[in-house]
Design a protein around this ligand. Sequence first.
Ligand SMILES: Nc1ncnc2c1ncn2[C@@H]1O[C@H](COP(=O)(O)OP(=O)(O)OP(=O)(O)O)[C@@H](O)[C@H]1O
Ligand SMILES: [Mg+2]
Length: 253
Amino acid sequence: MRTFAVYNLKGGVGKTATAVNLAFLSSLGGARTLVWDLDPQGAASFYFRVTAAVKGAGKKLVKGSLDAAGLVQSTEHAHLDVLPADFSARNLDLTLDAAKDPERRLARVLAEVADDYDHAFLDCPPSVSLVSEAVLYAADVLLVPVIPTPLAMRALEQVLDFAARKGPAGLVILPFFCLVDLRRKLHREVVALKDLPGARFLKSAIPYASIVEQMGTHLAPLATYAPSSPAAEAYVALWREVVRRTGRALGRR
Ligand SMILES: Nc1ncnc2c1ncn2[C@@H]1O[C@H](COP(=O)(O)OP(=O)(O)OP(=O)(O)O)[C@@H](O)[C@H]1O
Ligand SMILES: [Mg+2]
């Protein structure tokens, strides 16, 4: 199983939309796909129309008092399951803090289901925390959506620094531009600048498009209700590029 964490310490940059759309595309290609909603806001669970069946599930999972397999919910999409968020995830930091080996805990939970899935996607809350540290250890690939503004580029530098200090060696970090509005001069300028030392931007970028926001009314991935929209095509291109780049960086495993 290969694990993709969609992470940024910045909020509202398109993490959840990316996790949901890429996971759907992964499942559409026939890969057995799991989405783990680590954000107590539960947006990814909401888009896939699932809710946690067990109270305090997130906490129990991380503590090891419940099995991941028992909490996984199937969705209406083939090959696509979700470990839903529940409100106890808001205290995941405290739960981890009280646990032994906190930064390995999420990886350990994923190891339980590693034979059942080809791809796991972690939808992460926007923070720099113990949960984020555990995400670094659980992931093979960190997908970092970045809005093309100077402040967001600074946040990316902080993510790279955090991953370098706290993450394991060999973690593949793939930043890409998201919510891009090329009518804006600032966005054009930042997109043109691109690469930072330590991270090469993916060539694919996700445009700002109100059709993406409509995921909230359709409660479904973009490709199910607007498959030929430019934004849906951008997610397809992004997923293809991620698969190519990770295949090259991590080898076939
Ligand atoms: N490409 C896009 N174009 C326009 N709106 C978008 C796009 N991607 C996401 N959005 C909208 O922007 C808002 C934030 O997106 P999303 O929830 O994916 O970000 P996030 O990084 O997961 O946020 P949070 O940090 O709160 O978890 C949502 O209302 C979503 O519908
Ligand atoms: Mg989110």
